[in-house]
Design a protein around this ligand. Structure first.
Ligand code: ATP
Length: 351
């Protein structure tokens, strides 16, 4: 189903939760609405579900304006963070419920419930009631119930937040596979950029009720259109340094650094974003600047190394065991393999 939002605004009293949002979501895509807490993601999702009505603007499903269509007539499946299961029904009956509403024949209901239950790994829990399930299991049942009627649009509001890390990753892949298999258009709300990047075909990044960027995960990561996007997407976060472009030369805080600048680079003051993955540590004197390692954080098979680089002309490493004093140095983080031979306090070159 193709979804179009045209100038959609939602106000709660004086709070503008969603601000003139215009979006076109292609059929069959899994779209992530990504952004910091309070940016309007959930409000947008609730408007797609029909639970909330836009204050201004229009929502179209396959070209049909749906502003006035109630939730039950929108052909959407919903999994919300707080989505309650029917407490008096078993897991089986909870999943079967939407199919019973459609009056499908009993054998087909049984087949589809079992199929879906296996898919979300609750096949052994079908006779239990929701109160006998963990939060994560309840969420999986809610997912099965949303998917079982094969809706044209699947809406997911942080559906994996109650699951442990391992199950979460498995369920991401499951959601992806199911979504592809059914060809259902899906919109997933998340504040977790790793989740958005790993699962979505298309990411809509929101801030302050607006869309600040949209694109494929790859494009948003590789060519972020603005600083907010560059900062928000990618882990660990980008290093930001101030500098000045003059000709093909980029000066960073008085240190002469030569970088292959694009021909379109404008002369003047610039903010330079450098991902930790792109900062290399080399022997002192062999990099663009020299510094001292002030902190090392192990992140599994990689480690994040913080380097305070001096402002000394000629790129001389700051001397003394403490390195440069706070505020005078350039602080950069480098992501290096966990087994890289680097220790705190060591002098290094940075490339
Ligand atoms: P989170 O990730 O924390 O859930 P979100 O991006 O989903 O955040 P929304 O829940 O859409 O954000 O909220 C957007 C803004 O609208 C917030 O400032 C929120 O406080 C406000 N808001 C949401 N619902 C209401 C409401 N019913 N009444 C008043 N303000 C609301």
């Amino acid at each position: 189903m193709r979804i179009r939002l045209e100038g959609v605004t939602k106000r709660f009293g004086t709070v503008t939760a969603v601000d003139r949002l215009t979006l076109e979501l292609e059929p069959g895509r899994l779209v992530a609405l990504l952004g910091p807490s309070g940016c309007g993601k959930s409000t947008t999702l609730y408007m797609l579900a029909g639970v909330l009505r836009p204050t201004e603007g229009d929502i179209f499903f396959d070209g049909v304006r749906v502003n006035d269509v109630p939730p039950q007539r929108r052909n959407v499946g919903m999994v919300f963070q707080s989505y309650a299961l029917y407490p008096h029904m078993t897991v089986f009956e909870n999943i079967a419920f939407p199919l019973r509403m459609q009056r499908l024949p009993e054998p087909e209901i049984r087949r589809r419930v079992h199929e879906m239950a296996e898919l979300v790994q609750v096949g052994s829990l079908l006779d239990r009631r929701p109160e006998q399930l963990s939060g994560g299991q309840q969420q999986r049942v809610a997912l099965a119930r949303a998917l079982v009627k094969r809706p044209a649009l699947l809406l997911l509001d942080e559906p994996l937040s109650n699951l442990d890390a391992q199950l979460r990753q498995a369920m991401r892949a499951e959601i992806r596979r199911i979504q592809r298999e059914l060809g259902v258009t899906a919109v997933l709300v998340t504040h977790d950029q790793t989740e958005a990047m790993s699962i979505a075909d298309w990411v809509v990044l929101m801030n302050g009720g607006r869309c600040v960027a949209q694109g494929t995960p790859y494009d948003l990561y590789q060519t972020p259109p603005n600083r907010f996007t560059a900062s928000f997407i990618g882990h660990p976060p980008m290093n930001w340094v101030q500098g000045r472009v003059s000709g093909s030369r980029l000066q960073v805080d008085g240190l002469p650094v030569y970088l292959p600048l694009p021909a379109t680079a404008r002369e003047g003051e610039v903010a330079i974003g450098i991902r930790p993955q792109h900062v290399q540590l080399v022997a002192p004197g062999r990099g663009h600047l020299d510094g001292r390692v002030t902190m090392i954080e192990l992140l599994g098979h990689e480690k994040l190394v913080t380097v305070e680089a001096g402002r000394v002309p000629g790129g001389v490493a700051p001397s003394g065991p403490a390195g440069p004093t706070a505020g005078t140095g350039l602080r950069l983080q480098a992501l290096v393999p966990a087994d890289a031979a680097v220790v705190e306090g060591e002098a290094v070159g940075v490339r």
